[in-house]
Design a protein around this ligand. Structure first.
Ligand code: NAD
Length: 265
């Protein structure tokens, strides 16, 4: 009986969840997790995701079009209703992310990356929070951050590999960390909670090369992690479920690190 009381926190029936970037590696796993908890899930992405479930809706949305974010979110809320949950797992990258390193980055690309990634994440969260307040919803927001939002990158990992350090990624993810705190402080009295997940590296394709992660890089990475491996999307989805459920009702403004211990040493 007692266990039921706690598990009931994860029952998201009658909750609307907007997932930005829902067609991606993390986003699609998060959508499956939300559907398992009976939420009604809306995925907003430039890429279509086919899921046959009456509780799932896909909607085209381009977060790089900053000037249209407010208009589009208003339109979506009028069409689908105001979300109880917003999860941003989008990864709006430059055309050539491989050139986003200290020796090749151009000012225009730097500006674009910050606009597309940092500004879109912040603006989507702010506009959605205002809509939640207007609709008297006790909202939950989770954004995808990275260990590189709190730490610098280790140059040694990239030596003699095709993978390079990123110039703007740590700036963007670092900005999101303090934005989370400021948002949590500002919207707390309206019962809106906002948290960020600082994820370590996950198994899958490299976002920079769009290929399988090079084994030299992978070995170096794994040996540096106390748990001796990369993470999986389901390990991220589990934490997101916790943060959007009532199980975390007293948690806000937090950086939730999921990295196998990478950042403790
Ligand atoms: N995968 C990892 O190892 C890892 C580690 C740490 C942090 N993260 C963070 O998690 C988030 C998601 O990563 P992922 O690995 O799932 O990436 P992904 O590339 O697999 O998915 C990102 C999704 O965002 C969508 N997207 C891209 N541009 C868009 C736009 N302009 N408008 C709307 N949607 C757009 C893509 O279509 C894709 O479906 C990112 O913020 C990333 O920084 C990922």
């Amino acid at each position: 009986m007692k266990i039921k009381k706690y598990l009931e926190n994860y029952n998201l029936s009658h909750k609307r969840a907007f997932v930005i970037g829902g067609s991606g590696q993390i986003g699609s796993e998060v959508i499956n997790a939300l559907l398992e908890c009976n939420a009604h899930v809306f995925s907003f992405d430039t890429k279509k995701l086919n899921i046959k479930n009456s509780n799932f809706t896909y909607q085209f949305f381009d977060c790089k079009k900053l000037n249209f974010i407010e208009k589009n979110l208003n339109k979506f809320v009028n069409k689908f209703g105001c979300p109880d949950i917003l999860i941003n797992t989008s990864y709006p990258v430059l055309k050539k992310p491989i050139k986003n390193n200290f020796s090749e980055i151009k000012l225009q690309d730097f500006q674009n990356d910050v606009n597309f990634h940092l500004l879109s994440y912040c603006w989507i969260s702010k506009i959605t929070s205002d809509l939640m307040v207007k609709n008297k919803i006790s909202g939950k927001i989770v954004m995808m951050g990275s260990i590189y939002g709190s730490l610098g990158q280790d140059k040694n990992l990239y030596k003699n590999t095709k993978i390079k350090e990123s110039f703007s990624y740590p700036i963007i993810k670092g900005g999101l960390v303090n934005f989370t705190r400021q948002m949590a402080s500002f919207y707390g009295h309206k019962n809106i909670r906002i948290n960020i997940i600082n994820s370590g590296g996950l198994y899958g394709k490299s976002k920079v090369t769009n290929k399988k992660i090079e084994s030299k890089f992978l070995k170096r990475y794994e040996s540096r992690v106390p748990l001796k491996r990369m993470g999986t999307t389901s390990e991220i989805a589990s934490c997101i479920l916790f943060l959007v459920s009532d199980a975390s009702s007293y948690v806000t403004g937090e950086v939730f690190t999921v990295d196998g211990g990478w950042s403790i040493i």
